[in-house]
Design a protein around this ligand. Structure first.
Ligand code: ZN
Length: 139
């Protein structure tokens, strides 16, 4: 397993890119709207992982509600796994509380599922399984 990305809730990607890209020097390699989660995401690789900026696209977006309650900042940690369904059923059998019992399609065509913060010590965790065509690229 490895950390695929750190999700950071921002008001707008346009504003926050001034820090992550312009000041820090990361490259924004991918921007995409994920309708299912009502967010626009920007992916900025950093070493073996990525910074994922999450901008809400609607007031009822989970990220909009997060910002309302807790302000901008770290929203979730995403862990890459080989077999997301196997991980979900293992976690479920351990009594871990899941936001998504079935994987959904996330940014970049990945399968994703969230694990509830009440089972992780307060950190929203995302499991990510890369689409098969990318599977060979992680050595
Ligand atoms: Zn994410």
């Amino acid at each position: 397993m490895k950390i695929d990305h750190l999700g950071i809730a921002v008001k707008t990607i346009g504003e926050s890119i001034a820090f992550w890209r312009d000041a820090l020097g990361l490259e924004n390699v991918h921007t995409e709207e994920v309708e299912d989660q009502k967010v626009r995401v920007a992916m900025l690789p950093i070493g073996e992982t990525n910074i994922e900026l999450l901008e809400p696209t609607a007031p009822d977006s989970p990220v909009a509600r997060f910002i309302e309650k807790r302000g901008t900042g770290i929203h979730h940690i995403a862990v890459e796994v080989d077999d997301i369904r196997a991980h979900l059923s293992k976690l479920k059998s351990e009594g871990i509380s899941l936001v998504d019992e079935e994987p959904r399609i996330g940014a970049g065509g990945c399968l994703i599922a969230f694990v509830h913060p009440k089972s992780t010590g307060g950190v929203l965790m995302e499991l990510v399984e890369k689409p098969a065509e990318n599977a060979g690229s992680k050595e």
